[in-house]
Design a protein around this ligand. Structure first.
Ligand SMILES: [Zn+2]
Length: 664
């Protein structure tokens, strides 16, 4: 999901005002080492499901849901109608007397919890003035050798419970659930799906479009937070086969692989696609000039069914329009494999400043993450231009048709970065937005630096002294807050930037790149296509990097502890600069970080000294001996502005100048 620019703007404005206040507040010391380095922080024993090392335990289990779906778009009624067959496998060690599903379309209604909790001012995820929701025609289940029978079920807002007469047995029993349903397509479904009128036709972006099984796990049992808007998704992995029937003049993009190109594409389009699959340069599959030409479709009347499949995915989405321009290029994967990058967009949004470069961005983004994080696992990656500002689904993303230049790079890179978090590493987004948005924003920093020799490199997020008043603003929510409780203006910081900056600091200032990258990869390898919790992440990082980081998680992720390092004083040994100096640094706020200090002598000689965070276990003041040989011109702590130091004014020590007394 895209970073909310509105929230970011408000924060930027507010923070100008906070900077002065913060500097004054830091006058009194607030640091207590006992609090920051408390031995019982993160004190939970591991178990056989999740080990204390942060790895899945020897008895780790996860349930599975495979889907077969057939839907049709009834364009005149703006309705999607169809059926889904879910094969659900209970790998848990418990029998299930009931199964919970998600009907997220039910949020798009004034009467829903999401509707009723939408403020009068609306908001990005708000849904008012629309009476949508899933309408269920039939719900049947099939167990063992029995036939399909009508299910006993209830619906509670966006949740649906199927009550079983015969329990679904532990350790591998399966049930089939068949639901015939339809829903009215919202124009704007919480900025994650919807429709957009364009010059040559409507762009439909379809998500949360079929009933899905909720996750039953070893942490919470059934995960049943309702869909209100801000909190995203938590879903089981499985294989999907799905058929989408649309009017003949539409082009459909969907998660995964198109299975019937010979039925839905012209011979010329298939030829161009084959060329694109071998081309590093973007190849036009259906040009702007061809969009309104009926001969670019294999038939000129009625409806057409597009068939797709995707393996090991936690969700699927699709988009359709008769307005789509379509281009594609090859993605090179690390071990010599390839995939296809493609973009679908209205003709009016093409061009080199706009969507004409989208496929290049998709390719650049996926090639980077495939080598830094984990190889991309789907055959196709599609970027669709439409009403949604920026939203991710496995193998397909929706980005605003209005995005241009660096904005389009940023949103494309961000949404495809989500293919790793949460699509490969399947965290619970509805509860821990930072585990996907924050991790993703962190890898986006690296990817953006890397793309096209730094074409879109942005230093805005590099000077942490400048950003500290925003990071530590008084109304901030802790990162460890569920998305619905994070205030809308804070979401950009708490779910995206603050966790991303935390990981970057951990990589560059605490562990170093090698130890961080090894541990971060270990986390991805251990939890790819599984369901990690925050503790699984914390523990893996600590074990694989070899560091007790409780103080780091506590201060940055669980609390809003602030950081203020300062240089207090300098004295010379026996008052003789040639004998060296004693330098006292201080930690004035409740968080702590390792210290870097630059010492400059009058000759211009510069020395950098570094201390681990453990100096602050001795208290908030630390004196060290420096082998200087001349009077000192300056001592600077955190000279590169790499730490979010709330008060830069006390970071530099300079000798007091002799001031002539005033004579009256
Ligand atoms: Zn996102």
């Amino acid at each position: 999901m895209k970073i909310s620019k509105i929230g970011f703007g408000i924060i930027a404005l507010c923070c100008l005002g906070f900077a002065g206040v913060s500097a004054q507040e830091t006058d009194k010391a607030k640091y207590d080492a006992h609090v920051l380095f408390h031995p019982l922080f993160n004190f939970q024993p591991g178990n056989e499901y999740r080990s204390a090392s942060g790895a899945p335990g020897p008895k780790y289990w996860q349930n599975r849901a495979d889907y077969k779906i057939n839907v049709a778009l009834e364009e005149d009624k703006r309705v999607v109608t169809g059926d889904v067959e879910i094969t659900y496998k209970n790998n848990s060690p418990e029998n299930q007397d009931f199964i919970w599903l998600q009907l997220d379309q039910n949020a798009f209604n004034d009467q829903s919890r999401g509707g009723k909790t939408t403020p009068v001012t609306g908001g990005r995820f708000g849904n008012t003035g629309f009476s949508g929701g899933d309408s269920l025609k039939s719900v049947t289940i099939q167990q063992g050798k029995d036939k399909f029978v009508n299910a006993d079920y209830i619906i509670s807002d966006t949740r649906m419970q199927i009550r079983l007469t015969t329990p679904l047995k532990a350790n591998g029993d399966m049930i089939k659930i068949k639901i015939a349903y339809s829903f009215k397509i919202p124009e704007y479904g919480s900025d994650r799906m919807g429709t957009l009128e364009t010059k040559n036709g409507i762009v439909y972006e379809m998500a949360q479009w079929y009933p899905r099984v909720a996750v039953f796990d070893d942490i919470e049992g059934w995960n049943l937070l309702p869909y209100l808007g801000a909190g995203e998704f938590y879903l089981e992995y499985g294989d999907f086969e799905y058929n989408v029937t649309v009017p003949w003049d539409h082009i459909v993009a969907g998660s995964g692989e198109l299975l019937n190109a010979n039925e839905v594409l012209t011979a010329e389009q298939r030829k161009r696609l084959a060329e694109a699959a071998k081309s590093d340069r973007t190849i036009m599959i259906r040009s702007a000039e061809e969009v309104t030409n009926a001969s670019t479709r294999p038939k000129q009347s009625g409806m057409q069914t597009w068939r797709f499949k995707i393996s090991q995915a936690r969700d699927i989405a699709w988009a359709t329009s008769k307005a789509f321009v379509w281009d594609a290029a090859k993605i090179n994967l690390p071990k010599g494999k390839t995939a296809l990058a493609q973009s679908m967009y209205p003709a009016e949004d093409g061009g080199q400043d706009g969507w004409g470069r989208s496929t290049e961005y998709v390719k650049g983004s996926i090639e980077f993450y495939s080598s830094y994080v984990h190889e991309y696992t789907y055959p196709v990656a599609t970027n669709v231009a439409g009403i949604v500002g920026g939203m991710e689904y496995p193998g397909i993303i929706f980005c605003s048709s209005k995005s241009r230049k660096d904005d389009l790079w940023d949103v494309t890179d961000h949404e495809f970065g989500h293919n790793w978090f949460p699509m490969i590493v399947g965290n619970n987004e509805r509860k821990y937005a930072w585990m996907d948005e924050g991790f993703n924003t962190f890898i986006n920093f690296l990817s953006t630096d890397n793309f096209n020799n730094g074409e879109f490199k942005n230093a805005q997020m590099n000077n942490l002294h400048r950003l500290a008043p925003m990071i530590f603003r008084p109304k901030a929510d802790p990162i460890m807050t569920i998305p619905e409780v994070i205030q809308p203006a804070n979401l950009g910081w708490e779910a995206y930037y603050k966790p991303a900056m935390g990981l970057r600091m951990l990589r560059e200032q605490v562990l170093g790149k090698d130890r961080f990258d090894y541990a971060f990869h270990m986390y991805v390898q251990r939890w790819a296509f599984k369901h990690p919790t925050p503790y699984d992440f914390f523990r893996t990082m600590e074990d694989a990097a070899g560091e007790d980081l409780g103080w780091f998680w506590k201060g940055w992720f669980f609390e809003n502890y602030r950081l203020d390092q300062s240089v207090k004083e300098v004295s010379y040994i026996e008052q003789n600069p040639q004998k060296g100096s004693l330098i006292t640094i201080e930690n004035l706020e409740q968080w702590a970080m390792p210290a870097k200090i630059d010492i400059e002598e009058v000759s211009g000689k510069k020395t950098r000294v570094e201390f681990p965070v453990e100096i602050w276990q001795r208290g908030g003041s630390w004196t060290f001996r420096a082998a200087t040989q001349q009077p000192i011109r300056s001592v600077t702590i955190d000279p590169d502005n790499k730490l979010p130091d709330i008060n830069s004014e006390n970071n530099v020590w300079k000798p007091a100048k002799f001031a002539e007394p005033e004579i009256n």
